[in-house]
Design a protein around this ligand. Structure first.
Ligand code: GDP
Ligand code: MG
Length: 296
């Protein structure tokens, strides 16, 4: 007798459902004014549009950011639909008194958790909930080459309690390769010293694959990035680049900076893990806090 039941087709069913629905991935950029946050968003989307369609959309110059706003694009690859939302935030840290300047950003992130909870409580069980929870926060560090500023320490600590924080060295074309490496080490040391625990988090359930995924990413964080809103022609093709006193920096050349590493990290290697960690660690922590505050 044939005892084949056929439940193994469930993986195809799940896949079909997921593909039809697509994925939603939400990133926020945070850091001092003028460090290139809006430019990076522009660069990420331009590189994706080029990847998928082989052309470049003409871009408007990046303007000063005065409010929290979302830029979003749907990227389709091999029938898989990804809606990438990047939340731009106004800079801070330029005031004499920076006390509480991070509050609107923390509030924004928590508000997305509340909104998700409300939907979970009211939606029909099988209905898909639009997820606006922030899966990754890219934190921009001033490329001083010396150390973190006190405000970086405070803000990264606050953020790390509510979201996956991934630090980057902004405008790394302003540092030499040696300066970059030394600065990376220094930043890692200071994060340990200030007891700031950032993504990725180790858990007891990690299998070998996850452990190695975490190791790879730890060895590169903070990403030394460069962004640009202009194209330069390299080998006859337009790429995002910047001219500086040493020549032309090709944003997409891994020998020049770690923009491509960051892009791969976000949209390729760690996409699913960032989404899962948000649900399992940060959203869970939010729920616990909600329960405690309601039972007081
Ligand atoms: P934001 O305030 O963090 O959003 O910064 P913007 O994206 O508005 O950029 C501020 C200025 O820095 C602009 O003149 C950009 O052209 C410039 N800029 C952005 N990214 C880079 C970079 O990677 N390297 C250098 N050298 N300049 C950059
Ligand atoms: Mg901006």
């Amino acid at each position: 007798a044939n005892s084949y039941v056929g439940f193994d087709t469930i993986t195809q069913q799940i896949e079909h459902k997921l593909l039809k629905r697509g994925f939603q991935f939400n990133v926020i950029v945070v850091g001092q004014t003028g460090l290139g946050k809006s430019t990076l968003i522009n660069t990420i989307f331009a590189s994706h549009l080029m990847d998928s369609k082989g052309r470049f959309a003409a871009d408007e110059p990046v303007r000063q950011t005065t409010e929290i706003q979302t830029v979003s694009h749907v990227i389709v690859e091999n029938g898989v639909k990804l809606r990438l939302n990047i939340v731009d935030t106004p800079g801070y840290g330029d005031q004499v008194n920076n006390e509480g300047c991070w509050d609107p950003i923390i509030k924004y992130i928590k508000d997305q958790h509340s909104a998700y909870l409300r939907k979970e409580l009211t939606a029909q069980r099988d209905r898909y909930i639009q997820d606006t929870r922030i899966h990754c926060c890219i934190y921009f560090i001033n490329p001083t080459g010396h150390s973190l500023r006190p405000i970086d320490v405070i803000v990264m600590k606050k953020l790390s309690e509510v979201v996956n924080v991934v630090p980057v060295i902004a405008k790394s074309d302003t540092l030499t390769v040696d300066e970059r490496l030394a600065f990376k080490d220094k930043i890692r040391e200071e994060l340990v010293y200030h007891n700031i625990r950032l993504y990725p988090f180790d858990t007891d359930e990690d299998d070998e694959e996850e452990v190695s995924l975490n190791e790879t990413i730890r060895s590169i964080i903070p990403f030394a990035i460069v962004g640009s809103e202009n194209n330069v022609i390299i080998n006859g093709a337009p790429v995002r680049g910047r001219k500086n006193r040493w020549g032309v920096v090709n944003v997409e050349d891994p020998g020049h900076c770690e923009f491509v590493n960051l892009r791969n990290f976000l949209t390729r290697t760690h996409l699913q893990d960032l989404i899962e960690t948000t649900a399992q660690i940060h959203y869970e922590a939010f729920l616990k806090e909600e329960i405690v505050s309601h039972s007081r």
